[in-house]
Design a protein around this ligand. Structure first.
Ligand code: HEM
Ligand SMILES: [Zn+2]
Length: 179
């Protein structure tokens, strides 16, 4: 996982819980003197370890923690990659372009990023069907990112998650309804 993702978690934990808590989490899960550089890659297990402890500190389940993190992550990424996000004038347009435009741009900017496979298509005027596949199984983070994207466009949305890799399905299905 790229350092930019860890930097976002760092900012979120420091802002909500303070520097001491972040230092404790680093000590518990990372090699000594760990500093995250946005464009470098770090072990996925390190993120999972940190997120597990964040869940304990916040007294939330792992899915709820990843959703909250994903929601915050959208704004964080949008601030650092303004030109990519500014290409889109609506929530729906952005969501159906995640793989073909957004993550394609990410592949040009970052060295060998580990990205999910996302297929999103308009189902009807108020509904988007999105399938998510990734060996990292971060579908709850994807849900959060979509909620964060809705906040960015001032949209009210709802997400159902009727198929999930965590429940033995071979992919996750997210049904997004928006007004
Ligand atoms: C709602 C929109 C988006 C969704 C649902 C989404 C989904 C995801 C997910 C779930 C991951 C974690 C990796 C995995 O699951 O295998 C990921 C990674 C990533 N995404 Fe997105 N993403 C979105 C928008 C963006 C935007 C706007 C940017 C930046 C312009 C971005 C850049 C990245 C980067 C840099 C990574 C990390 C790659 C790595 O660690 O190697 N994403 N994305
Ligand atoms: Zn899932």
């Amino acid at each position: 996982m790229k350092g930019i993702i860890f930097r976002c978690l760092e900012e979120l934990v420091i802002n909500t819980k303070g520097m001491d808590i972040w230092e404790q989490l680093l000590e518990a899960h990372c090699p000594e003197d760990r500093v995250y550089v946005s464009a470098r890659s770090y072990p996925d297990e390190e993120l999972v370890g940190l997120a597990t402890s964040v869940a304990e500190v916040l007294n939330l389940s792992m899915p709820d923690t990843l959703k909250a993190f994903g929601t915050y992550l959208f704004g964080f990424l949008a601030k650092r990659h303004t030109s990519i996000v500014e290409e889109f004038s609506s929530f729906e347009q952005l969501i159906v372009s995640i793989d073909d435009v957004i993550h394609s741009e990410v592949k040009k900017l970052y060295d060998e990023p580990n990205l999910p496979t996302i297929e999103a298509a308009t189902y009807d005027e108020h509904t988007i069907h999105l399938t998510y596949r990734s060996p990292r199984m971060l579908c709850f983070c994807a849900e959060g990112l979509i909620y964060g994207c809705a906040e960015h466009f001032n949209k009210n949305i709802n997400i159902a998650h009727p198929k999930c890799m965590h429940h033995g399905d071979n992919e996750c299905l997210l049904i997004i309804t928006h007004s």
